[in-house]
Design a protein around this ligand. Sequence first.
Ligand code: OAD
Length: 252
Amino acid sequence: MDTTPIRIPAELVAKLRQAESVAVLTGAGISAESGVPTFRDAQTGLWARYNPEELATPEAFQRNPRLVWEWYEWRRQLVSQAEPNPGHLALVEMERRAPRFTLITQNVDGLHRRAGSRRVIELHGNIVRTICSRERLVVEQWEETGEKPPRCPRCGGFLRPDVVWFGEMLPAHALQAAIEAAREAQIFFSVGTSAVVQPAASLPFEAVRHGATLVEINLEETPVTPMAHYVLRGPAGVVLPALVEATWPPDV
Ligand code: OAD
């Protein structure tokens, strides 16, 4: 791990300390240090031969519901073993300190809520929740007959994870709330996202269009980088705690 200290610009610290409203968009990169594979990095183990974008689609589920269900069972098991990392925890502290704070996540792993974040907009759903694929209503428990996917106890339709698949609409209320938060933000953070999947990827642009200071925290360049006022190149689990510590030292 690169141990060079992360330099946090004093100007950014001053801006963050006096910001009235802050919004953060996170992607798979913030959960990478919790051991959850990012979406486009190598799919480890059994799934190395599948392109995740061919599994997370209604067509894939239609074609092979068992395969898609088992893929999510594998991901749910991965997530259940993961713990929030210092990056998630730093955002909990930021929410405590900023007068108005909104956390918008594309992640479906539920780690922000497990870390203690409260105002979390889950744009792409949550892998831990299961819904009926026909009724689109949450199903909390079902009879395990060994059939995969299991069936809805109400209508007998296949169950599926409560996540947004490619080609599906995002939950309208969540997207609207995210757009409003981006427009109101004085500082907008884009953390650990490759910023290629719409409509989430347009939120940083929307924030800048409405006058926000844009900060990107990522290991690599993304389409957001050229527009960012500050680019903090490093792991979210190191950069976010350093930023929060510099802005709100524990003794303040
Ligand atoms: P990606 O896998 O596309 O991108 C992960 C980003 O995190 C990359 O830019 C990495 O450089 C960065 N990254 C990796 N490790 C990091 C670390 N420790 N600290 C900071 N950054 C790190 O994941 P997303 O951008 O989240 O949508 O993908 C967006 C959406 O595409 C996902 O929500 C999913 C996928 O299709 C759906 O499933 C609908």
